[in-house]
Design a binder for this molecule. Structure first.
Ligand code: AMP
Length: 393
């Protein structure tokens, strides 16, 4: 069965064509600058990368071009081969606790949550409608970033603010990266043959979040009402004192939107180092003696370590710590430093085992009280698996 996993942005469309149950990635690619001029697309197939510039006036045109290319490039021989399309949808509010078959009625309900993710949800939904238009007979499935976190209890998801903000406006912690955390949790539980593990899942990429999971249920997660909360990230501040917003507005004359934008786009590793949000650049700068890069990295690691320690307490002792996403899968330096900062939990990273990238691997030493694993994430595969499961239901 061939399933397309799709992630639509406001001017982009990312896709991966996956064969199931073999889980083989057949092709993948990205359409960029849709509707804003100078559009282009890239399709990767059999180790080759094919790039073309073409005016794409909207997502439906991009989807039509994608279908034509899949046939022209002999990736599929007929559109009938695509049996399902799984869409990443960022926000499902409190209503969507698991993946769902998308109909026009369901899309209208999801649109109720556009206000909670104004940059993402409308774009995700636009992507779904484009596929519905071009492939009207294929099942579309929505997979929500928030859904995995819906098992949190009120004592974890409520903020200590006036209760009516929650009742009237839905102000609460929702959490994000749920599809990634669910995938790595499923992978480690299968690998260790234990579905009841207490897992601290650390998704550390450009965005980052840490989730405490007990027997497949999320107990708590670091991102909040929006993805701005929690650990320090590439360009996001993570947790801050909310009062600084008003203060900075007064000092700089910036609007609340501008300050919020600074917290999302000009903070984190980039804000402190002044160099880059990319941990590879930070590592290079540290090696050449840049003090601000070192400070940024130390803050970054400390905040991750603090949450791991907090979640170890919350879980009453974790069975396993998992590192994933761009930094978690690849940064040997960051993993080593995190290990050193959680030594009080009895964690010991094995230097030789840690010398790895992008593979499922135990990186802690035999004496480590909590084993630490690198588990490569695969949100696209999780989306495809959910889509297949709903089609076969
Ligand atoms: P993601 O958002 O999961 O794609 O992660 C992106 C981040 O992963 C980049 O900003 C890099 O900082 C980081 N990354 C990717 N490869 C490496 C690497 N080889 N070493 C260190 N960091 C890496």
């Amino acid at each position: 069965m061939k399933i397309l996993a799709v992630n639509a942005g406001s001017s982009s469309l990312k896709f991966t064509l996956i064969e199931l149950p073999s889980q083989e990635t057949i092709a993948s690619g990205l359409f960029e600058k849709i509707g804003i001029g100078n559009s282009m697309y890239t399709i990767k197939f059999k180790g080759e990368k094919y790039t073309k510039e073409l005016d794409l006036k909207d997502h439906a045109v991009a989807v039509q071009v994608l279908m034509d290319e899949l046939i022209n490039m002999h990736i599929i021989s007929s559109l009938e081969e695509i049996e399902g399309i799984g869409h990443r949808i960022v926000h499902g509010g409190q209503e969507f606790k698991e993946s769902i078959v998308l109909t026009e009625d369901v899309l209208k309900k999801i649109e109720n949550y556009n206000e909670l993710a104004p940059l993402h949800n409308p774009a995700n939904i636009m992507g779904v409608r484009a596929f519905m238009k071009v492939l009207p007979h294929v099942t579309n499935v929505g997979v929500f970033d928030t859904a995995f976190h819906s098992s949190m209890e009120p004592k974890e998801y409520l903020y200590p603010v006036p209760y009516e903000w929650y009742q009237q406006y839905g102000v609460r912690k929702y959490g994000f990266h749920g599809t990634s955390h669910r995938y790595v949790n499923k992978t480690i539980c299968e690998y260790l043959k234990n579905p009841n593990l207490k897992v601290i899942s650390c998704h550390i990429g450009n965005g980052g979040s840490i989730t405490a999971i007990n027997a497949g249920k999320v107990v708590d997660t670091t991102m909040g009402f929006t993805p701005l909360a929690g650990i320090m990230m590439g360009t996001r501040s993570g947790d801050i004192d909310a009062s600084l917003i008003e203060y900075v507005m007064h000092k700089t004359g910036e609007s609340i939107t501008e300050v919020t934008n600074d917290l999302n786009k000009r903070s984190g590793l980039l804000g402190i180092s002044g160099i880059s949000s990319d941990s590879r650049d930070i590592e290079e700068a540290i090696k050449s003696g840049n003090e601000k890069a070192r400070l940024a990295q130390e803050m970054y690691v400390q905040k991750i370590a603090n949450y791991i320690a907090m979640y170890n307490n919350l879980l009453d002792g974790a069975d396993v710590i998992v590192l994933t996403a761009g930094v978690g899968e690849n940064s040997i330096m960051t993993r080593k430093m995190i290990g050193e900062k959680i030594a009080s939990l009895g964690v010991v990273i094995d230097e030789e085992a840690n010398n790895c990238r992008g593979e499922l691997k135990l990186i802690s030493a035999a004496e480590s009280k909590i084993p630490v694993y690198v588990v490569p994430t695969n949100e696209e595969l999780m989306i495809a698996l959910d889509t297949m499961a709903l089609i076969e239901k």
